[in-house]
Design a protein around this ligand. Sequence first.
Ligand code: MN
Length: 360
Amino acid sequence: MVDELLSIGDFSARCGLSPKMLRSYAAVGLLVPAAVDSASGYRYYSIGQLNQARVVALLRKAGIAVDEIARFFACGDPEALDRWERDLVSGTMSRQRALDEARAALTSEGVSALHAPVRGQKGAGMDHRMEAGVASRTGGRDRNEDAVLIGDRLFAVADGVGGLARGDVASELALNVLEVSFAEDGSIAGLLEACRSANQAVWTEGGASDIESTMGTTLVALAVTSDVGAVVVNAGDSSLYHLRRGQLSQLTRDHTVVAELLRRGELTPAEAETHPYRYVLTRALGVGPEVEIDYAGAYVERGDRFLLCSDGLTKALSQDDFKALLASGAGPQESADHLVATATKRGEEDNVTALVVHVL
Ligand code: MN
């Protein structure tokens, strides 16, 4: 009989639950020791309890409360696992939602909690003059479906989605609506509303749910809003880079299948380069009645340089190229020309657009 019993230490080593945990479980009636030495108080477990202990360890790892596990073993509820699984999924979803809301609140409070630019203060971008230059080439395609906007405190690039109808119409329309709508309300709320309106306009122009005529476009924009200063918005794979004192950073996240897989660690950068879905977008304006737009505040200083570009440029040039070309003493127009000319020289087939903004 004694042979079939394990000391708490041996049992712990074999099931992976610490002696402290085992004692606390026993206190609520879970994995109660098979025997306790009445003289020494030592606890002994039976070999037969090992499997149950392993299940308990796994359920704890799945986040199930100890008293629920104890109830499960006491009553043997066969539905329990399904119920836990449902709770897990809905719990994850609501945590995800809360995190998204927290992110949005932090950003719309201005960037505020993150960078703290308030009206008229240094860093908000409202006191700075900005000078822009732009270059765009058709490349090897039939027409240029990229569009560019240099507006009042608003800079944007849109890339009409290839494979869908009238990409050039989609990108132009999106930027026109964005400009008109942002002119009416230059706050961050106005900017996001302008993005929604641009999406709506392209969706409607594309015949709404008529698959045949659906149009789509990417969007990346840098706007100096009236309330929180500089804000970057994007959907799709057009991107925005920021150069300050020799440091280049991408302020946007690409919305492509491959970029999402990379972020989740499911692909290596090397695998991503040749992945068949590397240009497949997960977000674009005009392909649905609503679109999720990423937005974030940008701290702005004199001497900063911003590059807004379509994916034609990012396919042809590396971040080191961007750094070298943006950091040169050239003005924004010369930099934009140089960036696009380099992509052309390297034989880029896609439309290529570069919009360079210097903060003076
Ligand atoms: Mn493109």
